[in-house]
Write a protein of this length. Structure first.
Length: 700
């Protein structure tokens, strides 16, 4: 639950302004205190055992009722704070069980519900959603007591006929704290046992009074607290019990301030903020719009014209009063600004005013309206009868046809006149009255101006880095008789190690060499006997490549005009539709599409569309794929500065192993039966934009 109080400025003013401020505060508080919950419906139903259930429906969750019972006459009284009745009737006939009828009484800030009973009875209340239920039953029926049901149930009536005693369910003030927060704000925190107490905050004189309706204050808290040493707008806090309620008086200092009150759960917080002189004047102007010199008017049945004459003399204005203004008026105004006094008198008498220079014209409101209507009709007739003239207007910076559309769009050419544009000479021919031509010239002066130009430069950076490592082996076993069965052969490749190409055992046993063609390799052959051969070839590849592509499109355009620049090629591809083969073309371009707009402070807003296409891989069907990079955004950049519009970073890694099953998994010796390949590729795309205003000095 939050309570917002209108921000008030404390200002030293004359006596009449003080009373006027108090009246205004009362009006605002009365509006604030208006009910925020409406009771929409009331009905009842008889329950078994002589019970009666009364149901009240609201437009939102109802507050907890403050209820008590009176024995003589037997009644149940419930007060709902912040609730207003929306019922068409002020009573409801029940005539069932112990309830005779229900009456509704609306007072300021609360709704009182009175249930008239045949005899003192027990009752309980509870809420469900937006409904409040009251169950009434005879005292002998066994309805749970208040302590048992915790529902505001009264005890049995006493014999004296006085109000029945009931368990005290009122809220209790548990503590009051004060602290100084950031900005020199004084914060008053009131802690209560629950959030059911009614809150009413008012300004009385130079004090702020917080009334907690239905809240109990212990004697320990009934004291004055001096907080002047905190250097905030708050000086003292006085707490006092007021019957069954609690009043807390907060006394601010003489310096201007404003305060804000809000409630969170069971805490009510008031913040008092100091105001500077400028803020004070602004708050005063918001609350009081009249600024004229203050006057006193105290007349009994005086002529209205005399009062108007006095006000005109104070305002130092010449006065013209219509002959239809007459009669007498009685008024008493003290220390009231003259413009406010005049406004009050005119509204009271149904008059209106017009000020021309230092002349104040006063007449009945309908008479002034008729006069202005007649003047308008007269000016229209003069315009219709005025002679036409033809003039040629030179357009300097824009196209004549474009300016003609602007003039026609503004409806500056009447039905009698016409306008024509010649783009070759950039001249407008206008035939209109002298006043219309003058208005057209003034309009063209506003639109026919030199438009600033903007140079937009984009930069697209594609950086690629790749690393490839490949390690493999080839080896085989052969048999032949060379050099009496002994010898070593070391060669560049394994094929030259074969002692005899006709040997049936000279082929490779393991072929897991590096997959690339341009690799470093070494081959070793060994012939231990006359007819045997062992050949081994190791192949390895390590490749490291880097590439960077920078694209830098530029374009120059005027403020607010769309511009496009692109460069590229068209790629043909086949399409088949209904068995017919067609050739279509796909654009592969680098393009910059921009619409700049110059804002105040040499800041340039741009709507951008940047594309960078490239030819990709060859597909299985022989056609080419197209790689697309595109950015579309709207940015605001200061003149001459560069910002990064966006970027894409891609990192691809792969590791592959080719091996002979089982043998490739052997420790140490498994290296003779496998091939390893590792690849790492990084791709990064960054897009920059730099707008520049083309100054006159640059163009010269």
């Amino acid at each position: 639950m939050k309570i917002w109080v209108p921000m008030m400025t404390k200002v030293r003013v004359y006596t009449n302004l003080r009373w006027l401020s108090i009246a205004l505060v009362s009006l605002l508080l009365s509006e604030w205190a208006a009910a925020d919950v409406l009771m929409k419906n009331a009905n009842f139903v008889a329950l078994p055992g002589g019970k009666v259930e009364i149901r009240f429906d609201f437009d939102s969750a109802p507050p907890s009722p403050q209820a008590y019972m009176i024995n003589q006459p037997a009644r149940i009284v419930m007060d709902l704070w912040g609730v207003e009745s929306d019922l068409t009737s002020r009573s409801l006939d029940v005539k069932t069980g112990q309830v005779d009828g229900i009456n509704f009484a609306q007072t300021e800030g609360r709704l009182r519900i009175v249930a008239n009973l045949y005899e003192p009875s027990s009752y309980k209340t509870f809420s469900e959603g937006n409904s409040l239920f009251v169950v009434v039953q005879s005292n002998n029926s066994g309805l749970p007591s208040t302590s048992e049901a915790s529902e505001n149930v009264v005890s049995k009536a006493s014999d004296s006929g006085s109000a029945t005693a009931f368990v005290d369910a009122r809220s209790k003030v548990q503590g009051m704290d004060f602290e100084r927060v950031e900005g020199g704000v004084g914060r008053v925190t009131i802690t209560m046992s629950d959030d059911k107490a009614g809150v009413d905050i008012q300004e009385e004189g130079n004090n702020v009074v917080v009334n907690l309706v239905g809240a109990d204050l212990s004697r320990a808290l009934e004291q004055r607290v001096d907080v002047q040493d905190f250097v905030t707008p708050v000086m003292f806090i006085d707490s006092m019990a007021n019957g069954g309620n609690t009043s807390i008086l907060i006394k601010p200092s003489a310096e201007p301030y404003e305060y804000l009150a809000y409630q969170t759960d069971n805490q009510l917080i008031l913040d008092f903020k100091p105001l500077s002189q400028a803020e004070k004047d602004e708050r005063t102007k918001e609350l009081f719009e009249f600024t004229g010199e203050q006057i006193d008017l105290n007349f009994q049945n005086v002529e209205l014209r005399s009062v108007l004459q006095i006000i005109a003399e104070v305002a130092e204005l010449n006065l013209v009063v219509s002959d239809s203004v007459g009669g007498n008026i009685t008024l008493r105004l003290k220390n009231v600004p003259w413009d406010q006094a005049l406004d009050i008198v005119l509204k009271t008498e149904g008059l209106d005013q017009r000020t021309v220079g230092n002349v104040l014209l006063i007449a009945p409101a309908d008479e002034i309206a008729q006069r202005e209507q007649a003047e308008l009709e007269s000016s229209q007739k003069v315009e219709q009868l005025a002679p036409l003239r033809t003039e040629f207007i030179q357009v300097d910076y824009r196209k004549a046809s474009e300016m003609m559309g602007t003039v026609q769009g503004a409806k500056l050419v009447s039905e009698r006149g016409f306008i024509m544009a010649d783009d070759e000479t950039n001249v407008l021919m206008v035939r209109e009255t002298a006043n219309a031509i003058q208005e057209i010239r003034e309009t063209l002066q506003r639109f026919d101006v030199e438009v600033e130009q903007v140079l937009i430069e984009a930069r697209l950076v594609n950086a690629t880095s790749n690393v490839t490592k490949d390690l493999g082996i080839k080896w085989g076993f052969g048999y032949n008789d060379v050099d009496n069965g002994k010898g070593w052969i070391v060669s560049q490749d394994q094929s030259s190690i074969d002692f005899s190409s006709t040997s049936p055992t000279s082929g490779l046993n393991v072929d897991l060499g590096a997959t690339a063609t341009n690799v470093g390799q070494i081959a070793i052959g060994f012939a231990p006997g006359a007819s045997t051969l062992i050949g081994l070839e190791l192949s390895a590849l390590e490749a490291d490549g880097k590439a960077e592509i920078v694209s830098q499109p530029k374009i120059l355009t005027t403020n607010g005009k769309k511009a496009l620049i692109q460069s590229g090629s068209e790629i043909p591809y086949q399409t088949v539709e209904d068995g017919e083969v067609n050739i279509e073309f796909k654009d592969v371009v680098l393009s910059l599409d921009v619409t700049p707009r110059i804002n105040p402070g040499d800041r340039i807003a741009m709507e951008l569309l940047i594309k960078q296409d490239s030819i990709g891989q060859v597909l299985a069907n022989g056609e080419l794929s197209i790689d697309n990079n595109e950015l579309q955004t709207t940015v605001v950049v200061p003149d001459g500065q560069t910002i990064v519009l966006g970027g894409v970073f891609k990192h691809e890694t792969s590791d592959s192993v080719n091996k002979v099953p089982l043998l490739g998994d052997l420790p140490i010796m498994g290296a003779l039966f496998r091939n390893k390949e590792s690849t790492s590729e990084k791709t990064e795309l960054l897009i920059f934009i730099t707008p520049k205003l083309v100054r006159n000095s640059l163009s010269q």
